[in-house]
Design a protein around this ligand. Sequence first.
Ligand SMILES: NC(=O)C1=CN([C@@H]2O[C@H](COP(=O)(O)OP(=O)(O)OC[C@H]3O[C@@H](n4cnc5c(N)ncnc54)[C@H](OP(=O)(O)O)[C@@H]3O)[C@@H](O)[C@H]2O)C=CC1
Ligand SMILES: CC(=O)C(=O)O
Ligand SMILES: [Mg+2]
Length: 432
Amino acid sequence: MQASKKVTQEEANQYHSDPTPGKFKIVPTKPMNNQRDLSLAYSPGVAVPCLEIHANPEKAFDYTNKGNMVAVISNGTAVLGLGNLGALAGKPVMEGKSVLFGKFAGINSIDLCVDAYTIDEFVNCVKFLGPSFGGINLEDIKGPDCFEVEERLKKLMNIPVFHDDQHGTAIICLAGLINACESSGKKFEDLRIVCNGAGAAGIACVNLIQTYGARKENCLMVDTRGVIYQGRTEGMNPQKEGLAVDTDRRTLADAVRDADVFIGVSAKGALTKEMVKTMARDPIIFAMANPDPEITPEDAREARDDAIIATGRSDYPNQINNVLCFPFIFRGALDTRSSQINEHMKMAAAKAIAALAREPVPKEVLQAYGRDTMEFGREYIIPTPFDPRLIYVVSKAVAKAAMESGVARVQITDWDLYDQQLHDRIKGSQII
Ligand SMILES: NC(=O)C1=CN([C@@H]2O[C@H](COP(=O)(O)OP(=O)(O)OC[C@H]3O[C@@H](n4cnc5c(N)ncnc54)[C@H](OP(=O)(O)O)[C@@H]3O)[C@@H](O)[C@H]2O)C=CC1
Ligand SMILES: CC(=O)C(=O)O
Ligand SMILES: [Mg+2]
């Protein structure tokens, strides 16, 4: 296991403050240098597209940036694994997500950090934003509020509303698990899985993993009160209720005994070396809490040399992080003008990401990670975010799934042309 050089506090602060505070700026895409330009861009020229859009709202996709624009919206109630820091303190994360939309998928994005802390306030704040955006990426909103927020907004808006911590995380977790399973010679349907954390990420991960084939009775959810068992009354909600199983195990230590898989979407240090020692052969450990995982890869390795280990961090091998998903799933959804991101699109994304990890790794990825080799196996179960093929394979798989499942408003028929368009998106990609 090779960790890269750790970032210091000073480096992190300097990165965020120099040369200008924050991580992106907005730049024009049209000439704006003289009286003529101003006459076109502003009054009187701007009136022409306004009236066209008024007559036919679809024209907004021709004359404005709506079709390639995603809002990253958060109230900061579950910022990474740092807890309820509030909207303002969550802004560095949200700016980061916006930059990654641009960098990896050529999508314009802006962060909207909102002081809206009840479900009603948040829904009322977001539901009016549709005209400006092609999609809404909800981020770092705590469970269980996030479930109702997303469901209500999906009904109220005619553009994709996608809670990244739920579905982006679930998609990438499933992709990693498919490959970890293959690498360790385990059968997916027989996996005994423990998920520590039953909030936004945990509930969605286990639901998607069960949709793919894991058996409900083999999946134990654990939260701050211990195992979520049938009949438990404290700290429950409908989502936890839906995943409760009939078991006499009560603590995380009980739960992980003989388990094949530990999924951590909870908090720093929750999994101990002693617990890891009790897991089944070739244990799969996805310690995904950010910035600090449930167990460090060094400790997990020390406990078990047969473990397959992943974290959410960028400085260890096997980064299981929703950055591998959200830029590309939105790319496919925007390009088909889909009304929503549905289960077919999520499953298609997970399978495409898993399949890509089995292909030979391109040179630019090795360069970005300072490695001589990367090959499918225990230290490489998932592509890296810098893999230039992600946009092609994932976005296309998602676009096809959108069309097949009837949520696409635009059909892509020429896939070679679409490849070229994706290429151009990235080549000319600028963050607005
Ligand atoms: N790698 C990745 O891509 C991603 C990682 N994450 C990480 O997952 C974690 C949770 O995020 P999210 O689901 O959005 O947050 P939520 O606030 O929605 O949920 C947190 C859940 O974790 C549980 N929990 C907290 N501490 C512990 C603990 N010590 N032991 C057991 N359970 C605990 C909470 O229990 P209770 O219900 O009892 O309060 C709750 O169920 C964060 O660390 C986040 O960084 C999230 C998204 C993506
Ligand atoms: C990666 C991410 O979205 C999180 O940790 O919340
Ligand atoms: Mg998040």
